[in-house]
Design a protein around this ligand. Sequence first.
Ligand code: TIH
Ligand code: FE2
Length: 326
Amino acid sequence: RIALRKWDAAEKIVEEIWFPKHASDLDNCAHVVVKYEPTEDPKHPGYGDEKYIARRAELNRIANSYKYGNPIPIVEYTEEEHDTWRQAYAMLKQLRPTHTCREYQVNIQRMEDAGVITPNEIPSLRDLSAYIQKRTGFELRPCGGLLSARDFLASLAFRVFQATLYVRHHSAPQHCPEPDVIHEILGHCPMFADPEMAQLSQEIGLLSLGASDSEIERLSTLYWFIIEFGLSKEADGTFKAIGAGLISAYGELQHACSDAPSHEPFDPEVTALRTYEDSEYQPVYFVAESIQDAMERLRKYAKSFKRSVVTVYNPYARTVEQVNRW
Ligand code: TIH
Ligand code: FE2
């Protein structure tokens, strides 16, 4: 009933923008964008591998048939897929103490102790989702590939994280040019079990609801540089990864924390306007004082957004409500 408005360059209202009002509306927020697919991109490790391409399509079909309220499907992964997991897990485990932030280390250890993350086979997203839900209320929902920024960010407003099911190509356990289930599990899941990371992610999501295209662009850039590729600086001056896209990629994790790339402080005014690389290492990494500090900076920055409403989450009804319309 209460509509959000889309503004043109002259700030004239031109169109209403639909956005989800209840967690079940996320069934309409699963639009896949085709970018770094093995069917399209010769640099993709699975390029030309027909069997791999067919397997991904199969898993994406399962994900795309998911509806709100369904149990998360239990996927029977193949021996080769489990082997890719084993390799990625073992490589990343070596870097955990030296290259990842405290929040990550604490949460992945707890998840291993609880048996929801194991070294030898791909963990169950259903069990992981139940675990994270108990800690922060975040839950997983399967999706069939890389989503549009608007849809992906909208789900975060409801503490829902849309996760892919397919596995990176067996020839490249150390890096995947797009999200895959190893990235979701080893990169994101332990971070969503952290209350501050859960809050930061949800606030980005709430800001995205009904936002203009240029605001979506800026929010997804911020999401990218903090939640996917963010670093924090420890008291001893070393960099540690906060970002899930670093934590799940053996090569880039070492690169990002080394002196090779440039490091700049995370400052939404500056960071939101940068361009980023999808399939290569990032040209620059942004360093936050802490997750809390990143959140405070984001809140300050968001005050400049031209929004006709403020969106607030009601966790009891799982709805988003609008207040302070002007
Ligand atoms: N490059 C990451 C990995 O190898 O795990 C996956 C991605 C995260 C974000 C974009 S691509
Ligand atoms: Fe991701």
